[in-house]
Design a protein around this ligand. Structure first.
Ligand code: AMP
Length: 447
């Protein structure tokens, strides 16, 4: 298990808190258009303030090329102050004069937000000097930025090597939820995968093929599978280079007794536009001049049956071009079914999270991840660098145990009991799950 802020004494200490405050901004006004990421960080911020730590918040915002005030964290600091009803100081730089001066005079329980980490390109390079400068501002490092935990940047990785460290509440919850899904899912365990970037989703399919009972595939990536099966997909999105791999995955699923469920009907259009006239075809008989834009009614009904009978549902990626109203029906319906289902529901951030929020059922979902890329990486079975670098509680306790053992050894000699050394557990992402039982598999819905 990773050390959490509850395992460290922060009173009177300067805590460098890495958050994911990469909030969406209104393109015209530059105002914060959604403050969910700020709200999600409040539990950790409040805990640190109440514990009388001096809180130094750092984050990235957008993808600035050098210093670009359009991406300043000042509006985020102002919004935070408004929400907390408590003074929030702001440093005009990240590791410069202003940050150092303001960090120096910060009192217990006060908050200082540093300027955007990505104004300095050394952040993303995990540059050693940048890490050192950042670390010199504080005594303790806490990472609560799950959304960037898959990145090996200075503020998510390098700095953790230089300071006593721990994860915050949000990060801790994300890791726990995903690990418990992968290790011990309530069955039947179904995964719904959509979206366009098949290369990002294939590693997830590869990992889930050993864990899930059924994998439902929709969206742009489904046509590569349909084509691999010999279907005609017209001018739908196809990743030609992945056709062989898709064939292999279909075989692997069969061998593992996992159902790979593909769309049976598709809403198509002759052009990629919301003005295009939708026309439905069987998913493997799409005429040459048409492209697939959404799953059809029969597929929605088929997917619904799986969702209804599931014990665990993991969903990542829209099932159609949901940005166009005419082709958003499949995604919206699935959002509704997932949130209404009695299964433990997990939404892997990004577009599927937006769809669930838009559907108005977000509150009924068990967990909406704050990290699209990070949660996808965990579902792939990868260890996230930002999590891996944090001290394991077991490792922390080991020297203490050794010390106690030594002390006991000097007191007692032959009669002293030796402490059994526990093998250090990897407390991050990839523990092997227990094999699926055939009895639980019987409850899986049949087509
Ligand atoms: P991803 O980032 O891989 O999850 O992909 C999300 C994108 O997939 C969204 O912008 C959707 O519009 C797109 N998408 C979903 N279904 C289709 C489709 N049938 N054809 C093209 N793009 C799609």
């Amino acid at each position: 298990m990773k050390k959490t802020i509850k395992d460290i004494d922060v009173k009177g200490k300067k805590v460098l808190l890495r958050l994911d405050l990469n909030v969406p901004l209104n393109k015209e006004t530059g105002e914060i258009s959604d403050d969910t990421r700020i709200m999600e960080s409040l539990t950790t911020i409040n805990y640190l303030c109440e514990s009388r730590a001096k809180v130094l918040i750092c984050s990235h915002l957008g993808r600035p090329e050098g210093i670009d005030k359009k991406y300043s964290l000042k509006p985020v600091a102002d919004r935070l102050e408004k929400i907390l009803k408590h003074k929030v100081f702001f440093a005009e730089d990240t590791i410069g004069k202003d940050a150092k001066a303001k960090a120096k005079v910060l009192n217990d329980g006060e908050i200082l937000v540093l300027e955007n980490l990505r104004f300095d390109k050394r952040e993303e390079e995990n540059d050693a000097t940048f890490c050192k400068e950042l670390a010199s501002l504080a005594n303790i490092y806490v990472n609560d930025a799950f959304g960037t935990a898959h990145r090996k940047h200075a503020s998510t990785y390098g700095v953790a090597k230089l300071l006593p460290n721990a994860v915050g509440f949000l990060m801790s919850k994300e890791i726990k939820v995903i690990n418990s899904i992968l290790d011990n899912p309530k069955r039947p365990f179904i995964a719904i995968l959509g979206g366009a970037k098949i290369k990002d989703k294939i590693p997830v399919i590869e990992n889930l093929i050993t864990k899930a009972d059924s994998i439902l595939i929709g969206g742009g990536m489904s046509y590569t599978f349909k084509k691999a099966l010999g279907g005609n997909v017209g001018k739908s999105l196809v990743d030609e280079e992945k056709i062989t791999l898709a064939k292999e995955l279909i075989e692997k699923a069969k061998a593992n007794n996992v159902e790979l469920v593909l769309p049976i009907d598709t809403v198509c259009a002759t052009e990629f536009s919301n003005d295009a006239k939708p026309k439905k075809f069987p998913s493997d008989q799409i005429p040459d001049e048409f492209m697939g834009m959404d799953i059809g009614k029969k597929t929605i009904k088929l997917f619904k049956r799986y969702i209804k009978n599931a014990g665990t549902v993991v969903w990542n990626g829209p099932l159609g071009v949901f940005e166009f109203n005419k082709f958003a029906k499949g995604t919206n319906k699935i959002a509704k079914f997932v949130s209404k289902s009695k299964a433990f529901s997990f939404i892997g951030g990004g577009d599927s999270a937006s769809a669930v929020i838009k559907s108005g059922y977000a509150k009924e979902v068990n967990h909406i991840s704050t990290g699209g890329g990070a949660s996808l990486n965990m579902l792939e079975g990868k260890i996230l660098p930002g999590v891996d670098v944090i001290t394991n509680l077991e490792d922390e306790n080991e020297p203490k145990k050794e010390e106690a053992k030594k002390k006991a050894g000097t007191k007692k000699t032959s009669s002293s009991k030796t402490t059994k050394k526990q093998p250090a557990k990897k407390a991050t992402t990839t523990k092997k799950t227990t094999a699926k039982t055939s009895s639980t598999k019987k409850t899986t819905a049949k087509k």
